[in-house]
Design a protein around this ligand. Sequence first.
Ligand SMILES: Cc1cc2nc3c(=O)[nH]c(=O)nc-3n(C[C@H](O)[C@H](O)[C@H](O)COP(=O)(O)OP(=O)(O)OC[C@H]3O[C@@H](n4cnc5c(N)ncnc54)[C@H](O)[C@@H]3O)c2cc1C
Length: 637
Amino acid sequence: MELKANIPSGPIAQKWSKHRFDMKLVNPANKRKYSVIVVGSGLAGGAAAASLGELGYKVNCFCYQDSPRRAHSIAAQGGINAAKNYQNDGDSVWRLFYDTVKGGDYRSREANVYRLAELSVNIIDQCVAQGVPFAREYGGTLANRSFGGALVSRTFYARGQTGQQLLLGAYQALMRQVGTGQVKMFPRHDMLELVLIDGRARGIVARDMVTGKLETHLADAVVLATGGYGNVFYLATYAKGCNATAIWRAYRKGAAFANPCYTQIHPTCIPVHGEYQSKLTLMSESLRNDGRIWVPKKAGDTRPAHQIPEEERDYYLERKYPTYGNLAPRDISSRAAKQVCDEGRGVGPTGFGVYLDFAESIQRLGAAKIEEKYGNLFEMYERITAEDPYKVPMRIYPASHYTMGGLWVDYNLMSTIPGLLVGGEANFSDHGANRLGASALMQGLADGYFILPYTVGNYLASNKFEKVDETHPEARAAVASVEQRLKTLLSMKGERTVTSFHRELGKIMWEHCGMGRNRAGLEAALQKIPALREEFWRNLNVPGTADDLNQSLEMAGRVADFLELGELMCLDALERDESCGGHFREEYQTADGEALRDDEHFCHVAAWEYAGEGRRPIRNVEPLEFKDVPLQTRSYK
Ligand SMILES: Cc1cc2nc3c(=O)[nH]c(=O)nc-3n(C[C@H](O)[C@H](O)[C@H](O)COP(=O)(O)OP(=O)(O)OC[C@H]3O[C@@H](n4cnc5c(N)ncnc54)[C@H](O)[C@@H]3O)c2cc1C
């Protein structure tokens, strides 16, 4: 497989503008002759569908929720980065570019990251124009706060509901197009297969989740914006429905899957509290602007927080990383939390927790100010834990939160299947081996509002499309394969529920491919996962039928795909014999426990190619070059 990144030539700051000029345009009068499928109506998909509709293309947009408003993007709390430098604190496009490359531990593509930083400023203008109610200063200017891995305040926010407000902006733009008839929305539709005709992506097979009917939808190009796959860990901060099926089906049809092992374990989530818990809750990183993280200095100290005197507390992030302190990046903060808990210094009933303490900020700023900034997050914490964070410190622990891996895309966001473009968290993105906080929303909206509208047009203008319909043999074959799979899932009538398999897979992944990974553990996981998958296809019990609303059936298909993807993640983690960002191989660490990269052998993207059922996938490599931000050891000290 050839991985052509198609990075434009020229100086980095001019690549995107030059490329926009070089790309082909579709005559405005011809745009309505082209059709585009967008799967996903979160921030990336919603923005792409609205923008493509606005340009005049015929768009069919799909989501599995009952409304685009319920995409997982709604959950985003803390904010969105942009290099506006409103604070006059030294920010610039170049600094955001630099911070993101460094934050990703030098495992992202420089040209893409620069473009992301460049477009960040347009995103804020677009969203303000839509009426997104960003927080403002007293004088009316937009407010900012800081997120991890940055020494400037560049994060725009709407209290702790930034994702929701941005999504409402994208949604209204989308619904405007639905109103004009330019976009047709298909809610409650689950994409279960990709249709390739003559090697190009030409459509999807989707199941109407209410009637169970399988439908074929065809178009000239397909955009996937189906979000991340972190629910492979079962317990995660993701919405329960988030899944990998769309990208996994595309992978099986020839789209390379890049860096599957790059997953983000977020440091500040409410700790697991029981065996039967099904979901974890994020406490936004924005809280680390004012909250201080600590554990007792002494192992096994079970005194309540207020009885532990100041001199017996270890503010370990401030101690280890004095420059960034509590705003050290997520991978580093998560590992540090794991380390102190492994030393027996964790707090709470399980010992897997650290304190996030607001006492000092409340004393300095007053409870009202803290409430103004984080009120809804504090309320959410209290509802879940029955503890009042204004009075006692929050308890937090790392959890699966984001996936930097995803379908490989070139500079145009085109996958290795022509006509299949991928945006948002679903692609392998611009975040390298670790994503900095508040940059997923930035990337999803950059892809959706400002990149895909150009690159989809370029693809359409550069190709000819024969008319195809659902009687085409490839379309029929895709439907038949989905029918067969659903039938098999329903016919086993075994003894285990889908959830029990998912939970077991999650435990394997968390133990062996989570915050710390090592050769022996990954090899063990690579034995356990195929065995679990074998049992799944023998002993699963899915009640009901395919002709109706059937959530067990939906979940079964998703877990079946996670059982394959989990294996690929472990394989990728095993083959990457280095530590970088969130991929921490315990064998490769510095004397003080930091990630030890091997630039000589691993300064590349690993893009896996499906080789057929039961066959080992092929590992392809896209070398990474760092010309504008030279490779160096990442330090936040
Ligand atoms: C709790 C939480 C808080 C976060 N806070 C922040 C933050 O403050 N700042 C930040 O930058 N990032 C944050 N993130 C990350 C960020 O929210 C996500 O990365 C981002 O919203 C993903 O957007 P997306 O459009 O790519 O995907 P999603 O919003 O997940 O949308 C996916 C879409 O695809 C559809 N879909 C998926 N599969 C199928 C299928 N098979 N068939 C049909 N439709 C399908 C879904 O219906 C949905 O419409 C947070 C994440 C979490 C979990």
